[in-house]
Design a protein around this ligand. Structure first.
Ligand SMILES: NC(=O)c1ccc[n+]([C@@H]2O[C@H](COP(=O)([O-])OP(=O)(O)OC[C@H]3O[C@@H](n4cnc5c(N)ncnc54)[C@H](OP(=O)(O)O)[C@@H]3O)[C@@H](O)[C@H]2O)c1
Length: 314
């Protein structure tokens, strides 16, 4: 295990380690942390894959290669950390990378290694709708992941984002592309599923505040969602209106989407997955009785604003 400068020792005890620190959410958590106190360690299997923004430019990020499926590399990566964030994703099962292995077993291993290393704060990124009793393998693994993390690391904080939007996202960007491309837009079912999309930077700011101890509540679960609830149909219309595109929406049964997703998962660049279809079968909105962005002092940005940003950057 080596860092950017080739060092292998980590004497600094004020490090926040972000597993999945090069991902869509993780790299923004890293940027947010770099603007706060302390050093940041971004961990992933390919640590140099994505550019990490460092607005302050004052502190370098340690980029560490480690696999969450390998307990010895986990232990080395968390050593010397004050806080650890698990922002590792798995959207399609391949070989030994199953939802159970990554979202349950490896999450528990990371939480255990963090506890054994004397880490003060552990933050598990999960998702709104996670449910240990769900019939969907993906949603059930996310729910069980929360349970095993809390058992392994008492005091762990669970952050459940709604579907996240931002430049290079897989959701709004895809809708915007399809709205431009297709004369007829197929909806998930009748398009009635309710969603509360959230700007990815707002979630990243929430996580970096929690990881750096800037949290005045002692809540252990946060649901981070945007300012407005849309049906999927309304959301597609809203995006089309903003892009000044006329679109005809047509219902398409979930069974047909599941067949399409099963086929799409065999393609090298997966654009539709069965877990996305499963997630679209039920409403994905924040619970009224759980804290979220507001309780962390963050004013969530509107999706209209995010669509404008996506437009500028694509
Ligand atoms: N995107 C959304 O809209 C959304 C909504 C709700 C919840 N979430 C949750 O938010 C979290 C982050 O999602 P994301 O969309 O940011 O994911 P992402 O863009 O796919 O990034 C995943 C990160 O995890 C790393 N990673 C994957 N497998 C790993 C392994 N075996 N060992 C170490 N690192 C590994 C990846 O880097 P390497 O591939 O180089 O290892 C990458 O840095 C996930 O828990 C996801 O379920 C996402």
């Amino acid at each position: 295990m080596t860092n950017q400068s080739g060092r292998t020792d980590f004497a600094d005890e004020n490090i926040v380690t972000v597993f999945g620190g090069t991902g869509f959410l993780g790299r923004r958590i890293v940027s947010g942390l770099l603007d706060k106190a302390g050093d940041v360690r971004a961990v992933s299997r390919h640590p140099h894959k994505n550019k990490l923004d460092n607005a302050s430019g004052e502190r370098p990020t340690q980029r560490i290669a480690a696999d969450i499926l390998d307990p010895s590399s986990i232990a080395a990566a968390v050593g010397g950390s004050r806080a650890v964030v698990n922002a590792v994703s798995l959207y399609v099962e391949r070989g030994e990378q199953t939802f159970e292995r990554v979202h349950v077993e490896a999450a528990a291993d990371l939480a255990t290694a963090s506890r054994d290393a004397g880490v003060e704060r552990f933050i598990q990124i999960s998702g709104i709708g996670s449910d240990p009793k769900s019939r969907s393998n993906y949603i059930r693994a996310r729910g069980r992941g929360e349970e095993v993390v809390k058992a392994a690391f008492p005091g762990a904080v669970i952050v459940r984002p709604a579907v996240m939007a931002g430049p290079d996202d897989a959701f709004i960007t895809t809708i915007a592309r399809l709205v431009r491309l297709l004369p007829i837009y197929p909806l998930f079912g009748n398009g009635g599923t309710r969603l509360q999309p959230v700007y990815v930077e707002d979630v990243a700011e929430a996580v970096s505040r929690l990881a750096s101890g800037q949290n005045s509540t002692d809540a252990s679960i946060f649901e981070c969602a945007g300012p407005r609830i849309y049906s999927y149909r309304e959301l597609v219309r809203e995006i089309a209106t903003q892009l000044k595109v006329r679109i005809r929406l047509v219902p398409m049964p979930f069974a047909a989407w599941s067949i399409l997703a099963t086929a799409a998962e065999f393609l090298p660049a997966v654009s539709l997955t069965r877990n996305q279809v499963d997630l679209m079968r039920r409403d994905n909105v924040a619970a009224n009785d759980l804290p979220g962005l507001e309780e962390l002092g963050i004013q969530s940005r509107s999706i209209e604003e995010v669509v404008r940003m996506i437009e500028r950057e694509t």
